[in-house]
Design a protein around this ligand. Sequence first.
Ligand code: PLP
Length: 385
Amino acid sequence: MKSKIWLSSPHIGSNELLYVNEAFATNWIAPLGPHVNTFEQGLQLQTNTSHAAALSSGTSAIHLALILLGVKAGDIVFCQSMTFSASANPIAYQGAIPVFIDSERDTWNMDPALLKISLEEAKQNEKLPKAIVPVHLYGMPAKMKEILSIANEYGVPVIEDAAEALGSNIDNKPCGSFGEFGVLSFNGNKIITTSGGGALLSKNAEMIEKARFLATQARDSAPHYQHSHIGYNYRMSNVLAGIGRGQLEVLSDRVKARRNNFERYKKYFSKHNYAGFTIKFQEAPSGYYSNRWLTCILVDPAFNNGLTREVIRLSLEEENIESRPLWKPMHQQPIFANSKAYLNGVSDRLFEDGLCLPSGSNLTDEEFDRIFESLDNLFAKYQNS
Ligand SMILES: *Cc1c(COP(=O)(O)O)cnc(C)c1O
């Protein structure tokens, strides 16, 4: 069996282990310490936000953002439908009610036109959402200017799920810095990793201070353990923040490598687009800069001699090459089957035709050769069928 080519695997630089060793040498093996502070400062600098709290996951960051915005049982929260379930699950943790909003064709993210319609309807029903959660899928920024201007019109705060978009920006304004809150993830498959972790970003110092308080069991200041709030154990460990410090130092290299992957795939598929195939990509609107966390293609069988994304996926799998359908939209998930959704057919189509290709920043030329050879064989088979 040939060695496995992963969709997106961790890519460690040269200083991560030094920082981890430093944590051991100084006995800062705790959910606080100098690496956590330095990592938070690095994140602020990178995302051009004034405050950041390093947490145990991106999911916990979304959860805390909802709590800080006062989301309670029975409240409504609008969420992009086309996303990973972690964007929506914390809404359910609060006993709140998610309403899902479909995507637009350009960025594959929350459709501002549908958002406007849904907010207007919510206003008529006197039940505006407590928050709106757009997502920057696969690193491509959502149409934040439009989304924020509509959200402001109705006075609803935005939690920006930038878990996949560290290093992305719109007109040089970094993803994670647009909303009332920004959310990052450092899970093992993300563009940089702490093996598991996340962060909450905000311009609002008081909010991030509260996030740190809630994330460390909401301990009141007293010599004994005293609590007047329900707390959580959501802080990032100093050991893992050491990994994060090393990873932040190589972030720009990782973005460069992933954007290179995208160009490489694009060049490869453009060759085939002359021969009766039309493979489409997530294209960046002018001024939108994607970190290209994952390169994704759309394969409409009607324009590809009957070839489907599933045939491509299975044929790559035979060669031990991992690829994956795009996120299955939340409105199609069994767990959210009864949730209200504003739909336009875009995310259904994306799920039907979309495939994420191997996109790690550590892919080698030999691995690309294997991927392209496998695709070549498949294209040859479908050439005239
Ligand atoms: C990864 C991810 C999350 C959750 O991050 P974790 O750190 O895994 O909890 C949230 N939203 C999106 C869109 C993600 O891709």
